[in-house]
Structures are given as structure tokens and as C-alpha cells.
Design a protein around this ligand. Structure first.
Ligand SMILES: *Cc1c(COP(=O)(O)O)cnc(C)c1O
Length: 272
């Protein structure tokens, strides 16, 4: 397992790689701040807040859903502590986050701000994610990674040698739709596959089976998994291993993409 969860306590996992070139661009171009988007437990939002602070650039976060000060999640509280100014919008308005008209309005209201899409899903994000491939030796036959926007997946597929298989695990219902988002950005359309069988009811949903498997994984391997992405991915991979999906001489590398701060929603259920 490639432990990207331990690269930084807050800017953890793949998020740092996706943000890196975005922040460099913003600071080198003279932007005053970054604006980005996320939900109340978003790994991206908290990483963006912490990374912006490290780069000495202001940050604004547009949050899906309205929360009173007293109901802020630990994630949102931490974002504020890193100096991110939070704006709460309804789910309906949030859904427009990639629409040009809405983005133009945002740019007009915040002329000095560089807008980073949700999940760091842009070309800078894909290029940064590709740098994760530098840590992956060639003797691995299969590389496994969880998929949210597909940004990390694309970066990896484009950067890894073509003969290494890249398997993506989507934690949401019908997640194979992501293939359509991934394809246009691939420079090598070869040896990749997405799986969406282990969503446990949908994005952010969970049940006792998932919790048990994460606790068991921790007992055996002493590696904490996150409830949204890597817990579901490892559950799926263990099922695939039992089902003989991988050839006998396969050499698997599973990427731990971090996200452990999101476990604040289930701390009392986990043994770690
Ligand atoms: C954000 C995130 C992902 C998904 O990354 P994408 O580049 O959006 O596909 C996977 N795992 C964890 C832990 C994450 O926080």
C-alpha cells in the first residue's frame, strides 16, 4: 500500500498533489486568493484551506448546504481555523458550481480570486496527481486507487507505464459513469477499468459490514482506512482477490489516498 495518507497530517493523500500546481499558478500569477468548493466533510476543502495558508494566499470556500455556526463539522471548523472564509449555499445553487454563468458571476464578485474546481478537478490537478506515479515501481502489475472526480485516476493513467493496469474504485452508486469524465483526458486509453460495486448505498453512505471490515483491516495491517473512499476500495479488492479477479502472479499496489479526517463522522464506531 502506498501510504499517501501520511504525507501531511491535514493536506493528506492525493489532495496535496492535485492542489500543488493550482496554488503555484495562483501565487505566481498574482491572484489574491483561491476559491474552491466542497461538502461539510470535504477532504479537498480542508486540504485547500491548509495549503493556501502554507502558500500565504487567502482562501474562500463555498460549502454545500447551510450550517449554523454551532453546527459546523470538525472539517469546516478546521477550514475556518486555517483562515478560509466560508460561504454556505443551498444544494440547488451548489449544483451550478461548474456552470459558466455561475462561475462568471463568481469571478465578477471576486476579481482577485483563482477558482479551483471541486476536488481540484482541472489540468493542474491531473498533472499534479500524475506525480504520484513517481512513487510506483514498475514491478507492480496492478495499481488500485479510489475514484471521486477521476482527476487522480487520469493523472495516474497518463503517467504510469502503459503495461501497468490501473483499477479505479468508485464509492458512489452507478460510479461507472465516471468513465465518460475520464476518457476525454486520457493520453493512453489502455489497461484501465472502473468498478462501482462496493458503494454501500451511495456516496458517503455506510453500514456495519463496512465498519467491521475497516476495523478488521486495521487489526491485521495496522493501517487506518477512511470511511468514504479507501475503506470501500479495500473491501472491494478483498472481494476481488477471493473471486480470483487478479491473476496468480499479480503484484498489487493499493494507493491510500488519505481522507482520514473525514472519519470524524464515525469515530465512535472505529477502533482507531
Ligand atoms: C478526494 C479523494 C479521492 C478521489 O480523488 P479524485 O481525484 O477526485 O478521483 C479518493 N480518495 C480519497 C481519500 C479522497 O479524499
Amino acid at each position: 500500500m502506498l501510504r499517501l495518507d501520511i504525507v501531511h497530517p491535514i493536506i493528506s493523500g492525493n489532495k496535496w498533489y492535485k492542489l500543488k500546481h493550482n496554488l503555484l499558478h495562483a501565487s505566481q500569477t498574482g491572484y489574491e486568493s483561491i476559491i474552491t468548493f466542497g461538502g461539510a466533510y470535504s477532504n479537498h476543502l480542508i486540504a485547500a484551506a491548509a495549503a493556501a495558508k502554507a502558500y500565504n494566499i487567502r482562501s474562500e470556500g463555498i460549502v454545500r448546504g447551510t450550517y449554523a455556526e454551532a453546527e459546523l463539522t470538525p472539517t469546516l471548523q478546521a477550514c475556518k481555523e486555517y483562515g478560509m472564509q466560508l460561504f454556505f449555499v443551498s444544494r440547488g445553487e451548489y449544483a451550478q458550481k461548474n456552470e459558466n454563468g455561475w462561475l462568471d458571476e463568481l469571478r465578477m464578485n471576486y476579481p482577485g480570486a483563482y477558482i479551483i474546481p471541486e476536488g481540484g478537478a482541472n489540468e493542474y490537478g491531473r498533472i499534479g496527481a500524475g506525480e504520484i506515479a513517481n512513487y510506483i515501481p514498475r514491478n507492480f502489475t496492478h495499481v488500485c486507487v479510489s475514484v471521486g472526480t477521476g482527476t487522480t485516476f487520469v493523472g495516474l493513467r497518463n503517467a504510469l507505464p502503459a503495461n501497468q493496469f490501473l483499477y479505479g474504485y468508485a464509492p458512489m452508486k452507478g460510479g461507472k459513469y465516471l468513465a465518460d469524465e475520464v476518457k476525454p483526458h486520457l493520453t493512453k486509453d489502455t489497461n484501465w477499468e472502473l468498478f462501482d460495486d462496493w458503494h454501500f448505498g451511495g456516496f458517503g453512505k455506510q453500514n456495519q459490514t463496512l465498519i467491521d471490515s475497516m476495523n478488521e483491516f486495521y487489526d491485521i495491517n495496522h493501517i487506518p482506512l477512511d470511511i468514504v473512499y479507501t475503506g470501500k476500495m479495500m473491501y472491494g479488492i478483498l472481494k476481488q482477490l477471493k473471486a480470483g479477479v487478479f491473476p496468480h502472479d499479480a503484484n498489487l499496489l493499493c494507493i491510500h489516498t488519505g481522507g482520514l479526517q473525514g472519519n470524524s463522522s464515525v469515530t465512535r464506531l472505529l477502533r482507531y
